[in-house]
Design a protein around this ligand. Structure first.
Ligand code: SAM
Length: 323
């Protein structure tokens, strides 16, 4: 009989779901959107016309690959390219190809909570770029980064693309950048992708498509609770709801219970009561401007060395170094 292995992440998932659904107001972490199904839905999101983020960042990296990799390779002949939350790596491949052309000795280390995303990335890289040295690492950002030892005199370049930083609240983003800064040497760099403040409607549309793809992504967390923790959520009894506050730059995703209901989650021995129209907060997608990034970087002991943007100034990629 096949033996099921319970990993640390499975236990953490159960604990986080328990804590989030017994808290008030209820919440669940967006990092649990991503499994085989969630990764597939996120790829659909990236091809939606409303989800401008991916195209903008793709164009920024494509147009600026030469100056970006020039900064990466300055003062070194060996780099480690560490990517936090790599996903399908489509945008990163632009930089990998450019770096390969320079002849520099480099290793690509994608880190992701989703083993499925890493497996797919590894397969596509071995087919498209068989000579690139790749070492995948599964786990959460900082915990996994801490397990990576620097080899010899190599320079670490940390990629944090796709506005993943926007999934962190201000204090979490600050703590996160401070921890990154702590792990860096003087020549190390961060390439940070940040979605920018813009017309609120453009932002709302990106997280609220009419075809229901984002809704399915949001509800995937309930689907995972059902399949992995033996829950009995009825997905049709929840609405996907998005808000954007142009003053704070914060977009928030919720699941809203359409009626009073009781949900059982067997493997964590939990019965959750929902009032009609009660919410579960699932994701934050913070939007920034230059001064907020400059201040955030400074508070974390970092500074902006260079910024690259697209023609509409919808998205920016910042190069951060130790201050
Ligand atoms: C929004 S996608 C972006 C993917 C890619 N960076 C891009 O720009 O297309 C977020 C990725 O980060 C991963 N992820 C989310 N939260 C994470 C966490 N706390 N630790 C590690 N990986 C995480 C997800 O599995 C997913 O692949």
């Amino acid at each position: 009989m096949e033996q099921q292995t319970i990993t640390k992440l499975d236990i953490k998932f159960g604990k986080d779901v328990y804590n989030g659904l017994t808290d008030f107001p209820k919440h669940l972490s967006s990092k649990y959107f991503y499994d085989h199904n969630g990764d597939k839905i996120f790829q659909q999101i990236m091809s939606m016309p409303e989800y401008y983020l991916t195209n903008c960042e793709y164009n920024i990296l494509d147009r600026n690959k030469a100056p970006i990799t020039e900064l990466f390779t300055k003062n070194t002949n060996r780099i480690n390219l560490l990517e936090l939350g790599a996903g399908d790596g489509i945008k990163t491949k632009i930089l990998l190809e450019q770096l390969s052309g320079t002849g520099i000795d480099f290793k690509y280390i994608p880190i992701d909570i989703s083993q499925n995303a890493l497996d797919q990335l590894e397969t596509s890289l071995s087919m498209e770029y068989p000579t690139i040295n790749v070492e995948t690492k599964q786990g959460t950002y900082i915990e996994t980064l801490k397990t990576i030892r620097k080899e010899g005199n190599s320079k670490n370049i940390i990629l944090f693309l796709g506005s993943n930083i926007g999934n962190l609240l201000h204090d979490q983003a600050l703590q996160f950048l401070s921890e990154l800064e702590n792990s860096m040497d003087v020549d190390d760099m961060i390439l940070l992708g940040c979605d920018q403040k813009k017309n609120p409607q453009t932002i709302l549309d990106a997280y609220n498509d009419p075809t229901g793809i984002t809704e399915a992504f949001n509800k995937n967390i309930l689907k995972r609770i059902n399949s992995e923790l033996q829950g009995n959520f009825d997905l049709d009894k929840f609405l996907h709801w998005e808000t954007y506050n142009p003053q704070t730059g914060t977009a928030k995703s919720y699941l809203v219970s359409k009626e009073a209901q009781e949900v059982h989650i067997k493997s964590i021995d939990l019965v959750v009561d929902f009032e009609a129209w009660e919410t579960i907060h699932t994701e934050i997608s913070q939007k920034y401007d230059d001064s907020e990034i400059t201040n955030l970087a400074r508070e974390a002991g970092l500074k902006v060395l260079k910024a690259f943007t697209d023609s509409k100034k919808y998205f920016k990629n910042y190069i951060l170094v130790k201050d």
